[in-house]
Design a protein around this ligand. Sequence first.
Ligand SMILES: [Zn+2]
Length: 304
Amino acid sequence: MNKGGLLGWLLFFLAIIMLGILAYNYLSPSLPINFTQNQSTINLPSYNGSLQFYPNMRFPEKSLTYSIDAACSQEKKDRMIQAFFRLENETPIIFYSASIGNVLVNCRETEAPKNGDTFIAGEGGAKTIIKTDKFNIIEQGEILLLYQKACNNYNVELHELLHVLGFKHSDNKESLMYNISECNQRLTQDIVDELKKLYSVKELPDLHITNVSASKHSAYLISYLDFSLDVKNQGLAKAENVILEIYSSNSKIEEFNLETINYGEGKYFKAKNIKFSGDKVSFLVRTSEELDLSNNRVDLAISN
Ligand SMILES: [Zn+2]
């Protein structure tokens, strides 16, 4: 057989193989192949919430507003403001007066109610709490000052204010967070330290991707990606202009604008038939500035 004949046969077989591939793709678009996720870790703040009702309770901002009801006596108003000053001096929190505050202070000047033999000097707590994976975010809290006669200090006001900030009762009789008030109780350092830690976290959003599912299918020799996922904001501020980027083999193949995601909120997103090649896909979510960038990316690979 001469050289020309051999080349002819080779080209003929190559053509047969190509036709076969085309026919296979044309007649039977491939079944979707699922991707598996490399587990990404979420870095929780190192502090625990043992002093508080829920872990990591804080207001989103360290500048808080308060409003004291006109029904409160001047004495109670003055003491409440002294309690705010005390925390301002020892923690990063700052308090400002406003018409409707984050901290609402109300008073009742009739005889204080009783619980068994003890008078109830006041009540206080967080009213609105938004749960995220990192924080329990307090949006508003309320204090009710009920006492008629109290110690010559602002312990009742500070006790109720600390309830608003998420702190529960202490077993320590010397702590002003003990459930029965004595005049010589004091603010303990563990509470001050916890407030310093909680309010030193920057007031930024923190996006992360979860519940990802993705699959690949192909037709006419072209591969396509279908996916769905949730983007959640577990930080302390609204995330604006959120962008979701899709990467294949480290090159960006598509991006979507998810607009705004507030803290405690998430967005479900899905897309189909994105042109795609390779066996690996990465999803990356970004906004201007964040608490933690290590949880913004999810990498997937085809499962066997
Ligand atoms: Zn209490």
